[in-house]
Write a protein that binds this ligand. Structure first.
Ligand code: MG
Length: 382
């Protein structure tokens, strides 16, 4: 029975993954890792009885260790998290740590030749060429747990790669889709955290409000599917039912539809290329669903252009954009900068960073640190 390691088990994707695993008796939970939420981890350990559970935060790991049942090995620290990604008992690694912090374990899972179910899109944004080349070398399979990229993967399977004319990423438009430029200047974190269709973690929800999430997804799609950036397009689709589309050269457009529920792409990544039965979540279009589509407004949402720019440039551009964005989002959540400065700061760091065309992982970590520092420094002046 294949074992599953869930890195980021206490977060939104991790919890949904466990919900999906309730319906997949052919897989077992081998190990769980999270940052510091030892209470949720304890509940998960008691329910799933993994061989190992790791918390990156040593103090939290201690709390967990004093309460965990016998037979569950408790680990602590970032190194132990990375160890789970390459461990022999786990054939499947669900990479669900948010942000650049997930890159070391995601890279380790690829190096170990795992089936990598990738929710950690930032790893692909930062290190796409390294991860995809690494997967070819080790036999790792990278399967997206991102609704758009899961939709693209599913749609791609109805044609050949050289027959693809365009890939159309859908974007909900986020909570500020209809806000004016003036209103956006005043947008508060509480408002940005109210996503109209998806229920997700804080970082990705802010990214959805700035459309930086879509910018990162452009880069993610570019590397995951080896796409020419000119073939990637973004369309706003407020209902989040059509998760993305692939247009083929014969004028057929193939789409994947479903309710905005991450369990669907998670299930597909875990069972690919098979489709496992489920008892819930079936789309009922007879219930007066409207499907609207419109072009994105890159004037109000400049992050989108940054995504195309970084995807075109490759090299360290993705790491610079991502690191800067993560730092800027944190400052916005702390109410230290305005909403509209997130994209401006990210764009500034992207433009000014010392570009390296063929970076190593170390170069990418250095770029990430540089971009964060640049944002913190420049956030203070204006
Ligand atoms: Mg997505």
């Amino acid at each position: 029975m294949p074992g599953v390691a869930i890195l980021g088990s206490t977060g939104s994707i991790g919890r949904s993954t466990l919900r999906v695993l309730e319906e997949l008796p052919d897989l077992h939970v081998r190990s769980l890792a999270a940052n510091g939420d030892w209470k949720t981890m304890l509940e998960q350990v008691l329910r799933w009885k993994p061989a190992k559970a790791v918390l990156a935060d040593p103090a939290a790991a201690k709390e967990l260790a004093s309460r965990a049942p016998a037979g569950v090995e408790i680990g602590s620290g970032a190194e132990a998290v990375r160890g789970l990604a390459s461990e022999e008992g786990a054939e499947i690694v669900v990479a669900a740590i948010t942000g650049a912090a997930g890159l070391p374990s995601t890279a380790a899972a690829v190096s170990a030749g795992k089936r990598v179910c990738l929710a950690n899109k930032e790893a692909m944004v930062m290190a796409g060429p390294i991860l995809t080349a690494g997967a070819v070398e080790t036999g790792a399979t990278i399967l997206p747990i991102d609704s758009e990229h899961s939709a693209i993967l599913q749609s791609m399977r109805s044609g050949n790669p050289d027959e693809v004319r365009r890939v159309i990423l859908t974007a909900s438009g986020g909570p500020f889709r209809d806000w004016s430029a003036e209103q956006l200047e005043q947008a508060a974190p509480e408002e940005a955290l109210k996503h109209p269709t998806w229920n997700m973690g804080a970082k990705i929800t802010i990214d959805s409000a700035t459309l930086m999430n879509k910018a990162l997804e452009i880069i993610e799609a570019r590397w995951l599917f080896g796409l020419d950036v000119a073939k990637i397009e973004v369309v706003v689709h407020p209902q989040s039912i059509v998760h993305s589309m692939v247009e083929f050269q014969d004028a057929s457009t193939v789409a994947q539809l479903g309710y905005p529920d991450m369990c669907i792409p998670i299930r597909y990544a875990l069972t690919f290329p098979r489709r496992a039965p489920t008892a819930w979540g079936f789309l009922d279009l007879a219930k007066s669903h409207r499907l609207d589509f419109m072009p994105p407004d890159t004037g109000r949402f400049p992050a989108l252009s940054l995504g195309f720019d970084a995807a075109r440039r490759g090299g360290t551009a993705g790491a610079a954009l991502n690191g800067a964005n993560e730092a800027a989002v944190a400052l916005f959540l702390e109410k230290k900068i305005r909403f509209t400065r997130i994209a401006r700061l990210a764009g500034g760091a992207l433009a000014e960073h010392p570009f390296v065309a063929s970076p190593s992982l170390e170069d990418l970590y250095r770029t990430d640190g540089w971009a964060r520092e640049w944002v913190r420094r420049n956030a203070e002046n204006g």
